[in-house]
Design a protein around this ligand. Structure first.
Ligand SMILES: Nc1nc2c(ncn2[C@@H]2O[C@H](COP(=O)(O)OP(=O)(O)OP(=O)(O)O)[C@@H](O)[C@H]2O)c(=O)[nH]1
Ligand SMILES: [Mg+2]
Length: 209
């Protein structure tokens, strides 16, 4: 079994920021989880950190309105970004959020990778594609997680995975695609392997290991 290099269970809540200007200091390494409302971002963070209530999950889409940040150690952070594409949010607020999301992806020095979560039954919607494009433009590696994989049988799951992998070639960037389920932990090892790579500091001189 894969033994992750980082102890994700060590994650602890750091701050809730109303916008990207209120995030913690832009140093060290951070990895952000983004996706449509209800895609399973908070659930995936809880699965990764083996903590049932670290990130709040909800049956009501649009629950996470703040940018929640979690610390793994003094050099590494996980970021739970608010979901997008929620129909009931006014257009002006949607546009403002899209703008600040793009700005965050382009300007945040410590951001070393973006996990984009999509319900396996509704992958690659317009905003998902925009997000992956912005990340690729910013030379950020992207991990697409096709979430709630437990909702499909093995055949349909495999088929969707291959289709999304094929479609993702068009992004012309460092884009990896895996299936994931918070319910049965399928894909957890793959998630840990990708995050371990992104979190591996170029030099461990800071002595955090
Ligand atoms: N069957 C199944 N349900 C899941 C899975 N992951 C999340 N869910 C459910 O999907 C709903 C939304 O999950 P969240 O993790 O809160 O989604 P989110 O992306 O954080 O949503 P927002 O914060 O509102 O944007 C909840 O009811 C979860 O229980 C999964 O792997 N399998
Ligand atoms: Mg959430």
């Amino acid at each position: 079994m894969y033994k992750s290099k980082i102890n994700y269970q060590r994650a602890s809540f750091l701050t809730s920021a109303p916008d990207i200007n209120a995030l913690p200091a832009d140093s060290g390494i951070e990895v952000a989880f983004a996706g449509r409302s209800n895609a399973g971002k908070s659930s995936a963070l809880n699965t990764l950190t083996r903590q049932n209530s670290l990130a709040r999950t909800s049956k009501t889409p649009g629950r996470t309105q703040l940018i929640n940040t979690f610390s793994l150690d003094n050099q590494r952070r996980l970021i739970d970004l608010p979901g997008y594409g929620f129909a009931k949010v006014p257009l002006a607020i949607k546009e403002k959020w899209q703008k600040s999301l793009a700005e965050y992806l382009m300007k945040r020095d410590s951001l070393k990778g973006l996990v984009v979560l999509m319900d396996i039954r509704h992958p690659l919607k317009d905003l998902d594609q925009d997000l992956v494009h912005w990340a690729v433009q910013s030379e950020l590696p992207v991990l697409i997680l096709l979430t709630k994989a437990d909702k499909l049988g093995p055949g349909a799951r495999k088929k969707t995975l291959l289709e999304v992998r094929e479609a993702s070639l068009a992004f012309m960037g460092d884009v990896t695609v895996h299936t994931f389920s918070s319910l049965n932990k399928q894909g957890l090892t793959e998630l840990e392997q990708v995050l371990d790579l992104w979190f591996a500091a170029p030099d461990e001189a800071a002595g955090t290991e």
